[in-house]
Ligand binder design. Sequence first.
Ligand SMILES: Cc1cc2nc3c(=O)[nH]c(=O)nc-3n(C[C@H](O)[C@H](O)[C@H](O)COP(=O)(O)OP(=O)(O)OC[C@H]3O[C@@H](n4cnc5c(N)ncnc54)[C@H](O)[C@@H]3O)c2cc1C
Length: 413
Amino acid sequence: MDGAANDQVVTLDLRSGQTIWERDARPFARPTLPPVSNLRTDVIVVGAGITGAFLAERFTREGRKVAILDRHMPRRASTAASTALLQWEIDAPMLELEGELGFEAAAAIYRRSVAAVRGIGHLAADLGNAADFSWRPTLFLAGNELGPADLREELRLRLKAGIEGEYLGPGDLAARFGFDREGALLHAGSAVAHPMNLANMLLSAALSRGATLLSPALVVDYDTTSQGVSVRTEAGLQVDGEILVLANGYELPPFVEARVHRITSTWAFATRPQAPGVLWPDEALVWEASEPYAYMRSTTDGRIVFGGEDEDIQDADRRDALLPEKIATLRGKLAALVPAADTTPDATWTGFFSETEDGLPLIGAVPGRPRTFAAFGYGGNGITFSAIAADMIARLAAGQDDPAREWFAVDRG
Ligand SMILES: Cc1cc2nc3c(=O)[nH]c(=O)nc-3n(C[C@H](O)[C@H](O)[C@H](O)COP(=O)(O)OP(=O)(O)OC[C@H]3O[C@@H](n4cnc5c(N)ncnc54)[C@H](O)[C@@H]3O)c2cc1C
């Protein structure tokens, strides 16, 4: 794998190309920091991407002192590459989760996910929606992994879990959305946002409540004991705290032994703003039950963001070299789905991505590391998992249990 590694640190070449968000992201309002030598806080968060942002917002809302450290400028790593579909439908269909964990667990995970997206919506409303958050329905199209009969069974489970939705056959799907597929599930309750602005909104709220942000600050050493935690940066700064939360994204410190996860690569592009009438009804989020899969959303200025074509590649040079080929494939898929669309790319990008074998995130206590929690929200809906991570870790750190503790355990598998 690319990048550097020692026994405490892994760094990766996370992404390349230019994402659509970097062009118009709200500038990060960074407070002037007093020069710090060593710092004492309650909660140390490593990582100022969307996950660290949710954590910092949550802990400062609870009145805790938080220090956030990042080796980059905030929200410029994987978060800037995200296409930011905020879906409660996770990579693992309920059908699959039911088979592995039983119906009650599958239903609880899906309901938690629904609540997480709703919670992001409430936060956006409370914090002035500086995140371009907007509610959207989702259309989950039948594909080579789940056909019409599987989707009907998936819907049966979702309804049984109390999640409303409907199945559209090919006629309804074509009449209501203009898509030529064998069938689809239609649900409400998902959303989109501008990922960098969403992180900005949350980090700004945390900073306004007194959080300290140190960036760029590469954490090279983690020391965790039952008495307290401390991290040390490459520049020699030490931060001491009560709790350490790892929100390093895909750059897991090597001491986090996560057997069920692996790095893959993914590609995406944004079109120019489309002509009036080209975008589909309600600008639903569209994704498909296929391997390889594709997905799309629209932006506030009428562009289509289209992505997918994930491949098991861990080499950044190979990933980057495939960009033209992958974008050509994705353009073809967009043209097939929305024949009237102008598929000319205005921004193209690629990045590492991370998956787990069961489609669930790694959230919770880090085995063998006292007072240390991991917040690795993997998968196509990593941002939804980031919001869940903030909720779960706040509970676990307060000594409460959480129903998802075992399902999301970092050392499962
Ligand atoms: C192309 C693409 C499309 C995606 N689309 C979606 C989508 O539509 N919906 C969705 O929900 N998710 C999507 N995802 C996934 C989502 O983007 C990620 O789950 C999310 O951005 C991860 O955020 P994070 O904060 O955990 O990681 P990051 O944004 O990578 O932040 C982690 C931070 O930790 C810092 N860090 C790491 N190690 C250290 C260290 N030792 N010292 C200091 N700092 C450190 C890094 O510098 C980085 O800034 C997509 C991902 C990609 C690549």
